[in-house]
Design a protein around this ligand. Structure first.
Ligand code: GLU
Length: 304
C-alpha cells in the first residue's frame, strides 16, 4: 500500500508457522490504520530465529495477505539479511558500556536464583520469566576479556541500571489502542508511562544470533521510518524496552497501537506454539474472505 510518508505502520510476522486468525486481525488492523491516515503499511519478515524460520512459511505469509486483499511495497525487508545493521547498533551500545557479555546457562541462572534468600519471591518480568540475577555483570575488565577469548559462547545483555541512568526524564509513549472501542477509528491517543526496569538485563544479542527481537525491531522500525507500530497487546509490555533502546541509540520514537488479541471460544488467545491452525486451512476448506473476517472481533467480524 503506497500512501503519504507522514504515516507509516507495519505488519511484522515471524515465519515460524502459518499465520493464524490473530495475525489476520493484526494485518487488517495495520492496513486499516494506514488507509485511514492515507499512509503506508509495510510488510517485514522477522526471521532472526534462523533455527525455526522456514521459507515455506514466508511464502504462506505472502499468499495469505494477498488472499485478504492486502498489498505491500517491494522489496520486503527480511531481518535475516540485516544482521550487520543490528551488529552496528550493538557496537554503539558496547561503546557506551551499556551492554555486557554473559555466559550464564539456564541452569546457572536457576541455581543463582535458588541460592537467594527467598527464591520463591524472586521477581519475574512482564513475560513471566525470572529476572536475570546479574551473573557476569560486574566482572573486572581483564577477566571479561579473558573469558571472551576462551569461550565465544556468550550473549549480550543490557545493563538495565546503567541504561536507565542515561535518561534525563522518565519514559513514556503515545498509545492509540488503549480504548478498544475507539482505537479502530483512530481518534483517541493517550500518553502512558513506561518502566523498562521490569525486564531487568534483557538479552540484546543471542549466543546463536547476533541480535534479539528487541534490538532488531527497534533498528528496523527506525530504518523504515515507521511512525506507528501496530501489533498485539501481548507485546505492549516490551514497548518499554523498545522506547529505552530508541532513546539510547538516538532513534525517533514512533507511536504505538496495541490491539486486543484474538481468542478462541474458550477465551484462550491463539498462538502458533499451541498449534492453532492457520487461516490458510480455513480458506483451503473453501471459506471466503468474508467467512474468515466474520470469525474475527470487530470491526472486521463479530467474534467476542
Ligand atoms: N515478529 C513479532 C511476532 O510475530 C511481531 C513483532 C512486532 O510487531 O513488534 O510476534
Amino acid at each position: 500500500m503506497k500512501g503519504s510518508q507522514s504515516f507509516i505502520t507495519r505488519f511484522a510476522p515471524s515465519p515460524n508457522g502459518w499465520l493464524h486468525l490473530g495475525h489476520a486481525y493484526s494485518a487488517l488492523t495495520a492496513w486499516q490504520a494506514a488507509r485511514q491516515a492515507q499512509g503506508t503499511c509495510l510488510l517485514r519478515i522477522e526471521d532472526i530465529d534462523v533455527g525455526r524460520a522456514r521459507d515455506h512459511f514466508v511464502d504462506g505469509i505472502y499468499q495469505d495477505l494477498e488472499w485478504l486483499g492486502l498489498a505491500w511495497d517491494e522489496p520486503v525487508i527480511r531481518q535475516s539479511e540485516r544482521f550487520s545493521a543490528y551488529e552496528a547498533a550493538l557496537a554503539r551500545l558496547r561503546e557506551m558500556q551499556l551492554v555486557y557479555p554473559c555466559w550464564a546457562t539456564r541452569s546457572e541462572i536457576r541455581e543463582a536464583i535458588a541460592d537467594k534468600p527467598a527464591p520463591a519471591d524472586w521477581p519475574r518480568d512482564p513475560d513471566g520469566a525470572p529476572l536475570y540475577p546479574g551473573l557476569y555483570r560486574d566482572l573486572p575488565d581483564s577477566r571479561r576479556k579473558q573469558l571472551m577469548w576462551e569461550d565465544t559462547g556468550y550473549c549480550w545483555r543490557l545493563d538495565m541500571q546503567k541504561a536507565l541512568a542515561q535518561l534525563d526524564a522518565p519514559l513514556d509513549y503515545v498509545e492509540h489502542g488503549s480504548d478498544k472501542n475507539s482505537y479502530q477509528t483512530g481518534d483517541k491517543a493517550v500518553r502512558l508511562p513506561l518502566d523498562p526496569s521490569l525486564f531487568g538485563d534483557v538479552v540484546l544479542a543471542r549466543k546463536d544470533v547476533p541480535t534479539s527481537y528487541h534490538l532488531a525491531v527497534v533498528v528496523d522500525d527506525a530504518a523504515q521510518n515507521v511512525t506507528q507500530v501496530t501489533r498485539g497487546a501481548d507485546l505492549q509490555a516490551a514497548t518499554s524496552v523498545h522506547v529505552l533502546l530508541q532513546k539510547l541509540l538516538g532513534l525517533p520514537q514512533p507511536d504505538y497501537l496495541h490491539h486486543p488479541l484474538v481468542r478462541d471460544t474458550s477465551g484462550r488467545r491463539l498462538s502458533k506454539q499451541a498449534g492453532d491452525s492457520g487461516f490458510r486451512e480455513l480458506r483451503q476448506a473453501g471459506m471466503s474472505v468474508n467467512d474468515v473476517m466474520a470469525l474475527l472481533p470487530p470491526p472486521f467480524g463479530t467474534a467476542a
